[in-house]
Design a protein around this ligand. Structure first.
Ligand code: LRH
Ligand code: MN
Ligand code: MN
Length: 428
């Protein structure tokens, strides 16, 4: 079953195939002169996948208001259909990361729908940063680090429930992000609060299946505005170390202070075997959740430069999960997610082009200018023909956004899905 008509896709691809072949051959020739085999880069790009966040396919607007567009997904099964559109056209997003309880459903139904659409499930995300209807204890003053034992226990049990559901749908990781913190100096004792967090996290970790990984996600601030319990990669690393071998740090690109050197954080976590994965997005000021690569594509490239370096040198235990985490306020979320997945792939392809032998020599000889020019040369290469050829050979679209628009998918689902006031993402 496909969401996008395959004959429309074939027809659209036929129109641009000749131009693509010419561009691919010409780039191939250029790379050949540098000793790079274009087909090898294409193969790696083809095998690359980034997971779609289920909450990303609904219109966002997390700060002030939501302006949902037509055909908003009504629930997880609509969201999965939208995710399938993204995968069919980009061939870069084979799996979906669920957020519980927003996406809670009968596991057999989730499996049946995903199988039909050709999708898999990535890391499960728990939610103890919002109160849910009927919940016994409020998270207003925290969850895993709350001063009240029963509230902490409720948050622990929710995470265990996420693992249980995840096991039934073939997931093998749990991502835990908590908004716990404080708004006033003196409101919380930093040490006691972190002790309580660690105790709770240990109870979750104790029940983690052997073949699962636990990802903890740090974030500098928000919703807490004075202090946050898991505020940076240092605290995150301490958590992963305290918990054990199955615990890793998750890096959301938007969760740092402006100008923080994220690629260096990535390098440190890789070096010490604790990089669990990513939430890709872009940011100008804070946790903006803007489209990946829309503000600072060079930074994204520099992150991938570290990842490729680790991949090529076979860093022990290196296997990060790649996920998007974005909020789409002024675009069609499907279009934004397609473009973002391609931006992630682009950064990967560019990083694969870095002449690492030359870079290493320049570094050893302290030739700063030549070293940085080596990175820039790879970043400046237009790798679009590689990405487009990989998509085409995998059954996707040479130009995903134009095929999507030509399919009128959004208009068609708008007829089936009644207009909603609050969108389908579940984010408030
Ligand atoms: C927190 C966060 C975390 C949540 C998601 C909705 O800001 O990045 O990953 O699960 O947003
Ligand atoms: Mn995130
Ligand atoms: Mn975030």
């Amino acid at each position: 079953m496909t969401m996008i008509d395959t004959s429309l896709l074939a027809q659209e691809n036929t129109r641009s195939l000749n131009a693509l072949k010419t561009d691919y051959d010409s780039l191939g020739e250029r790379l050949d002169r540098q000793g790079i085999a274009i087909d090898e880069i294409k193969q790696k790009v083809s095998a690359y996948g980034v997971a779609i966040p289920s909450w990303g396919v609904g219109t966002g607007g997390t700060r002030f208001a939501r302006f949902p567009g037509p055909g908003e997904p009504r629930g997880i099964f609509d969201k999965l259909e939208d995710c399938a559109v993204i995968q069919e056209l980009t061939r870069a997003t084979p799996s979906v990361s669920l957020h519980i309880p927003w996406d809670k459903a009968v596991p057999a139904d989730l499996n049946a729908k995903a199988r039909k659409l050709g999708l898999g499930f990535d890391a499960m995300n728990s939610n103890t940063f919002q109160d849910q209807p009927g919940q016994s204890h409020s998270y207003k003053f925290g969850s895993l680090s709350h001063t009240d034992t029963a509230t902490r226990q409720q948050a622990i049990e929710h995470n265990l429930e996420c693992i249980e559901l995840g096991q039934a749908i073939g997931s093998n990781a749990l991502t835990v992000w908590v908004g716990d913190g404080s708004n006033f100096p003196g409101q919380s004792n930093f040490t006691r609060q972190f002790e309580r967090y660690l105790d709770s996290a240990k109870s979750i970790y104790a029940k983690l299946p052997d073949d699962w990984r636990l990802f903890t996600e740090h974030k500098i601030f928000e919703p807490a505005f004075y202090s946050t319990v898991v505020q940076d990669w240092g605290t995150n690393y301490l958590i992963a170390k305290e918990l054990g071998d199955k615990a890793y740090c998750l890096v959301d690109l938007g969760h740092h202070a402006p100008n923080v050197n994220i690629e260096m954080i990535v390098a440190r976590l890789v070096q010490f075997g604790k990089l669990g994965g990513f939430h890709f997005n872009d940011s100008k000021y804070g946790d903006d959740d803007l489209d990946t690569g829309s503000i600072d594509p060079y930074r994204l490239f520099l992150v991938f430069n570290e990842l490729v370096d680790a991949e090529l040198r076979g860093a022990p235990g290196f296997n990060p999960a790649h996920m998007l985490d974005q909020s789409h306020n002024v675009t069609d979320p499907i279009e934004s997610l397609m473009v973002s997945a391609m931006e992630v792939q682009r950064a990967y392809a560019q990083a694969l082009l870095v002449d690492r032998k030359a870079l290493g020599d320049f570094q050893n000889n302290n030739d700063a200018l030549s070293a940085t020019t080596t990175l820039k040369a790879a970043f400046r290469t237009d790798v679009e023909p590689i990405l487009a050829m990989a998509r085409h050979e995998n059954g996707g679209a040479i130009d995903p956004v134009s095929v999507y628009r030509a399919s009128s998918y959004r208009q068609k689902v708008a007829e089936l899905r009644p207009a909603v006031l609050n969108g389908g993402s579940g984010i408030v």
